[in-house]
Design a protein around this ligand. Structure first.
Ligand code: NDP
Length: 365
């Protein structure tokens, strides 16, 4: 076959195949019979790399784009994930993503204080958004993000990976079936000893706070899905042993308590000053459940009054992105919500925890 005929034949095949391009160009793990979620990662730091590596095992979602302030990271990601140059942006020009039909969703993994403005810009560009926790610095910002996405007709999800974790889901299902009886008490202990004092997590401007924003949010969120209710009151106490490392507005350790409408109570600890602190305990009139570790990358381990939990370990970020593809593309409803409204509920509690630390009084929600 001469080269002109080969060229024409190739063109004809390409033209006929255009409607299927979205499926066929995404070879490898991907199914041919349903669209794949095409993801651009924003902020190529530690967590973005973890998510992108985990997504290599996805069958329903794929990294196709990247947004970064560091040009060398963009070229590295182009190599590692086969990202075309045309799908790479920086923080100045990423609004242009609105003209890129090859990207469905932007996954924001930048420091907390940047989430609000970045979500608003992605929504204005007409793309769905997945935003890492904490979704914003406070409930007001979070609600503005929800409103902006609704107005733009795009979906906003929060990177709550535990909402898809099998042992976590097993306990919430048992609680819904009343296997623990009336829920009386939840204990959530979340912390680690933070290192480098110059990192953004210890900078109020970028982090919005301290341990509560970063790790204590797991106890807040966990209390809500383990108890299955929204708290109505909060009390909280802050302990600071190192005011040089933990500047004003950056909490080192906070203990907080929550009361729920049924009368159940929660007692939680959030800290940047202790290791081996990753435990949930749920107590009911007929039984108990315990997860330890409860929110790390796993394997999560757990037991109830009925015995060990035996659900197999999954890579949280792989499962999260498979499920988020079903939510964004096929309207699936997750067992525990991961939408913007869910993120705002946690932020209202964080606002109340900081208010209770300041006032020393019980704050009503
Ligand atoms: P990193 O510091 O590792 O990465 C953040 C990235 O954001 C940077 O590498 C940089 O990427 C970009 N960035 C843009 N502006 C700034 C700035 N002013 N200062 C620092 N970085 C900037 O943080 P993580 O990846 O650990 O955390 C990112 C987000 O993900 C946080 O909101 C965090 O809470 C969340 N997270 C969630 C986890 C989970 O399990 N769900 C686990 C860990 C983090 P670039 O150079 O490409 O611009």
């Amino acid at each position: 076959m001469n080269s002109r005929r080969r060229f024409l034949q190739k063109m004809a095949i390409t033209a006929a195949g255009l409607p299927l391009l979205r499926f066929q160009s995404l070879a490898g793990n991907f199914r041919r019979d349903e669209p794949v979620l095409r993801v651009a990662m924003m902020g190529l730091g530690g967590y973005a790399n973890r998510v992108a590596d985990a997504m290599k095992a996805c069958t329903k979602a794929k990294i196709v784009g990247a947004i970064s302030g560091t040009p060398t990271k963009l070229s590295d990601w182009q190599q590692r994930f086969g990202i075309p140059v045309k799908n790479c942006y920086n923080y100045e020009n990423f609004d242009q993503i609105k003209h890129n039909p090859d990207i469905d969703v932007v996954y924001i993994t930048t420091p907390n204080a940047l989430h609000h403005s970045q979500v608003l810009r992605v929504a204005a560009a007409g793309k769905h958004v997945i935003c890492e926790k904490p979704m914003a610095l406070n409930a007001k910002e979070g609600q503005e993000m929800v409103d902006a996405c609704r107005k733009a007709g795009v979906q906003l999800l929060v990177g709550y990976r535990m909402h898809f974790e099998p042992k976590t889901l097993a306990i919430t299902e048992m609680r819904k079936r009343n296997e623990f009886g009336k829920i009386m008490f939840f204990q959530g202990q979340c912390g680690f000893r933070i290192g480098d004092p110059t990192q953004w997590r210890l900078n109020k401007e970028l982090a919005g706070g301290g341990s509560i924003m970063d790790i204590g949010i797991y106890a807040i969120n966990g209390a809500r899905y383990m108890v299955g209710e929204e708290p109505v009151w909060i009390t909280a106490q802050e302990i600071k042993t190192d005011p040089v490392k933990f500047k004003p507005g950056v909490d080192e350790t906070i203990q907080f308590q929550m009361g729920f409408p049924s009368g159940a109570i929660a007692s939680c600890l959030s800290t940047y000053n202790m290791n081996y602190l990753d435990r949930f305990y749920l107590n009911g009139e007929k039984g108990f459940a315990e997860l330890q570790p409860s929110t790390g990358y796993g394997p999560i381990k757990g037991r109830t009054n009925q015995g060990e939990l035996t659900q197999p370990h999954v890579t949280h970020q792989t499962v999260q992105m498979e499920e988020m593809a079903d939510i964004l593309l096929r309207g699936k409803k997750p067992a525990i919500p991961v939408d913007g409204a869910e993120g705002v509920r946690d932020l209202k509690i964080i606002d109340a925890i900081y208010a209770a630390v300041r006032s020393g009084k019980r704050e009503m929600l």
